[in-house]
Every structure is written in structure tokens, then in C-alpha cells.
Design a protein around this ligand. Structure first.
Ligand code: FHN
Length: 455
């Protein structure tokens, strides 16, 4: 009997060790559980969100010291923008990466042009990620791109100016509850803290970091760079409800029109975050899916697994048909370049958006009870936009559950809006709530051809 127990114990211990060691090297950063938004959009929030609900599609950018060598450090794979944590690089060593960070190929107008050409209407870039390094000329912390790199330029300023010039809204990401430079940033059981430079979690006082770094940096971001359209907080971790509220009040005082996401913490913020996923159904409150274009947020050298343009377009349509926004991420290189594979993708998405953007911008959640098997539906005013992914072989498209009769049907890409026949039901009866639309034999766009129903 003893032998059996021993064996079991050894086996269980071995499994635990294996799991634990595997846990240590899981590269993909975990998404915090997003607290559901307590604040249903009040009138002020609805006003702030008006442009955002129109925009529907934005560019997310993760750029920082980790990009210098594609998330590798001295030849070792750091797995992601969490490189400093994954490899437990001492702060003094990690800071030296800045000594060589010199992105001479950076061109703000080019980055904004790529976003604009893709049909994106806003941009959100990391002003400070978990490594605590400010990607702007921070007056409250010398640990920043202007003071610590040979490049000495402020990309936040240059991108803010370029966005304004090209008509995009500009926003910043800020890592709220994870900062591996500051000694006072605890996380739950230290699981995402800097425990290698600052090993004693109980010594860490979040309020000190909040007063010393968070509030001064949020203040300077909202006072030195013109209109900031979005403050995109991340990983609120150990922030208190009072501190979350204090941040919201500070932001509204400095820039009342600035939109705040739900990761400011404690159910506050103007919209909810879905990370790397699209919910099955929509939500009564505004929400946004943020997603990588390849497999990493920060530039990871060798990751060429770009989502095909078809996937991006279908994701965008799916999200918008459920009332959400799509914030799609690129990770520029240490030289300041958005990888060509991502640019090629976004060019194809932009070509589709140039023809079909009307069926995305300013549309709202589909009025149909269920998502049709052949695609998705978006709505704007008296028009329904039928996004047909799978073209019916018999050329007949059925709609279920209309709430009012169709006055006219035509292909969005058909500039002559030649009416499409709206046929009768299979039993010969014309069911206005379940019409059939006779389509051309071939779709105009194999990825998504849009049929417009005017009601
Ligand atoms: O740990 C971060 C991660 O690096 C990335 O910034 C994502 C983007 O939403 N947020 C955290 C993981 O949820």
C-alpha cells in the first residue's frame, strides 16, 4: 500500500512541476478579466463616443524597447513585449537597450498613412508599456525615449501631429497596474510584478507609484500633445476604486472629450474591452475587440503569421454587426518600420473598405434576431447592408426576420444601384419579412459583396 501511495505522490509532484515550469514559459501575455462596465453610457459618454461609434476601425500600435531586436535579448528569445519579465532582465541591464534604440526609419506620416489607407479612423499607441519606459518626452520620469536614446525624438508628438494632419483621431495606451521600472507596483501574488529587482511584494505601495508616476504622466500626456481622443488603459491590477475614479475625474478635467476604456478599472470607463476575441453576441454597452494582426503585440522577429485580409475583413464585419469596434494591432520594428507583411494585409483591407466603407462606418448592430449563415448584416438609417461572404449557388439570398418591407435592393458596389429582384417565398407567397433576393451569378468581391436593402 505504501508503495502505491509513494508512486502516486511522486507522479502528482512530477505533474505539478511540469505544469509549473510550462506555466513559466508560456509566452502569450494573459488578458486581464475585464470588469463589466458599471457605467451605462450616460449623455456625456454618448457624446464622447459619437466619433468612435462612427469610426468602427482603428490601429493599435505596440512599440517599445522590446522591439529593438524583435523581443530577443542578447540572442535569447524573450517571447513577446514581456521580454523583460520572461527573461527577468535586471532594470539596469534592460535600460541599456535604450542606448542603441535609434529608429531612424521612423516616419509618423507613413504610419498614419498606412492606417488611413486601410480605412482606419483612429490610432492608439503605447505611451508606456509594462516595462515602464515612456515612449514620449516625460517630464516626470527620465526613463524615456527622448532622454535615454540616441534618437532623442518624441514619437507620440510626431504621431499626434500626423494624425491631426491626416484626419485620424489619436489615442494613447498606458500600462496602469504593471510597471517594471517602479519599485511600488504590486500585482496579485506578484504574478506580473518585477520580482527580480524588487522581490518583496509586501513592500510595494501602489499609492506611491500612482502619485509619483501615473498621475504626473497622465497629466503630461493630456496637456502636452493636443487633443487625446482615447486613453487606453491596460492591466489595472491593484488599483483601488478610489484611484480609478480619481483618474477618470483627472482625465475629464483635462480633456472632457477623451474616451476611456474599461481597463481604468472597477467598472468605470466608456467602453468595454474584448482582447483577441469576438463575443458571440453584442453587448448593450459599447465595446471594442483589440487583436494582433499576426501572433504578437510587440514586434517579434520571425513572426510572419499575418491574418489574411479575408479574416480581417470578416472579423471587422462580424464585430461591427454586433455593435463593436475593431482595434487591430501592428508592432513596428526597432528601426521604426511597420513590417511589410502587415502593410500588405492592410492594403488589401483598405481596397475593400474604399468600396464598402459605407457598410461599416457609423453602422449599428444588426436588427435581425440571428446572424445569417451566408454572412453578416449591419444597419445605418433606413438601410440594411447584407455582407455576403458565401455567395448562394442558386443566386437566391433569403433574409429572415425583417421588421419592415424592402423598398429597393441593389449591390453597394454597383454605382448605378440597378435594383435586384426581390422574389416571392418558396411557397409562391411573397413574405415581406422573409424575402428572397435574386443575385448575379458571381459576387463582385469574393471576400464580402454587400447587398443594400432600402426599407
Ligand atoms: O500584457 C499586455 C499585453 O502585452 C498587451 O499589451 C495586451 C493588449 O491588450 N494587454 C495585456 C494583456 O492583456
Amino acid at each position: 500500500m505504501m508503495k502505491k501511495i509513494n508512486f502516486t505522490f511522486v507522479f502528482v509532484a512530477a505533474v505539478l512541476v511540469a505544469l509549473n515550469s510550462r506555466a513559466a514559459d508560456i509566452p502569450i501575455p494573459d488578458a486581464p478579466v475585464d470588469t463589466p462596465l458599471k457605467t451605462v453610457t450616460d449623455a456625456a459618454a454618448a457624446k464622447r463616443l459619437a466619433w468612435w461609434s462612427e469610426a468602427r476601425f482603428g490601429m493599435f500600435i505596440h512599440w517599445g524597447l522590446y522591439a529593438q531586436d524583435g523581443c530577443f535579448y542578447k540572442g535569447t528569445n524573450g517571447s513577446s513585449e514581456h521580454m523583460m519579465r520572461h527573461l527577468q532582465i535586471p532594470l539596469a541591464e534592460y535600460a541599456k537597450v535604450a542606448d542603441d534604440f535609434n529608429p531612424t526609419n521612423f516616419n509618423a506620416d507613413e504610419w498614419v498613412g498606412i492606417a488611413k489607407n486601410a480605412g482606419m479612423e483612429y490610432m492608439v499607441i503605447t505611451s508606456k508599456h509594462h516595462d515602464g519606459f515612456a515612449m514620449y518626452d516625460s517630464q516626470s520620469s527620465d526613463y524615456n525615449i527622448v532622454k535615454r536614446t540616441p534618437w532623442k525624438r518624441d514619437p507620440i508628438k510626431e504621431l499626434a501631429d500626423a494624425c491631426r494632419k491626416q484626419g485620424l483621431k489619436f489615442g494613447v495606451y498606458y500600462s496602469l497596474g504593471r510597471d517594471w521600472e517602479d519599485p511600488d507596483v504590486p500585482t496579485r501574488d506578484g504574478y506580473r510584478s518585477n520580482t527580480w529587482d524588487y522581490p518583496i511584494e509586501t513592500n510595494k505601495v501602489f499609492a506611491h507609484y500612482f502619485e509619483r508616476k501615473v498621475k504626473p504622466q497622465i497629466t503630461e500626456l493630456l496637456t502636452h500633445y493636443g487633443p487625446i481622443a482615447v486613453l487606453w488603459f491596460d492591466t489595472p491590477e491593484k488599483i483601488s476604486a478610489a484611484e480609478s475614479q480619481e483618474l477618470v475625474d483627472l482625465i475629464h478635467k483635462l480633456q472632457p472629450d477623451c474616451i476611456i476604456n474599461s481597463r481604468v478599472g472597477h467598472g468605470l470607463g466608456d467602453y468595454g474591452v474584448q482582447e483577441q476575441k469576438i463575443p458571440g453576441a453584442g453587448d448593450i454597452k459599447p465595446w471594442e475587440t483589440c487583436m494582433t494582426l499576426n501572433g504578437h503585440w510587440g514586434y517579434f522577429k520571425g513572426d510572419e503569421k499575418w491574418k489574411p485580409a479575408q479574416t480581417v475583413i470578416h472579423n471587422l464585419v462580424d464585430i461591427v454587426s454586433k455593435g463593436g469596434n475593431y482595434l487591430l494591432n501592428v508592432g513596428p520594428t526597432g528601426a521604426g518600420v511597420i513590417p511589410q507583411g502587415g502593410v500588405n494585409d492592410l492594403e488589401q483591407v483598405g481596397a475593400w473598405m474604399k468600396v464598402n466603407g459605407e457598410a461599416i462606418y457609423g453602422t449599428t448592430v444588426s436588427p435581425l434576431k440571428t446572424q445569417p449563415s451566408w454572412g453578416r448584416v449591419t444597419k445605418k438609417g433606413g438601410k440594411l447592408y447584407l455582407h455576403v461572404f458565401d455567395w448562394p449557388k442558386d443566386g437566391s439570398l433569403q433574409i429572415e426576420g425583417l421588421k419592415s418591407p424592402i423598398k429597393k435592393a441593389y449591390l453597394l458596389a454597383d454605382t448605378n444601384t440597378k435594383p435586384l429582384p426581390v422574389g416571392s417565398g418558396i411557397d409562391g407567397l411573397v413574405r415581406w419579412d422573409k424575402p428572397f433576393i435574386t443575385l448575379p451569378s458571381k459576387p463582385l468581391d469574393p471576400i464580402d459583396t454587400v447587398v443594400v436593402l432600402e426599407q
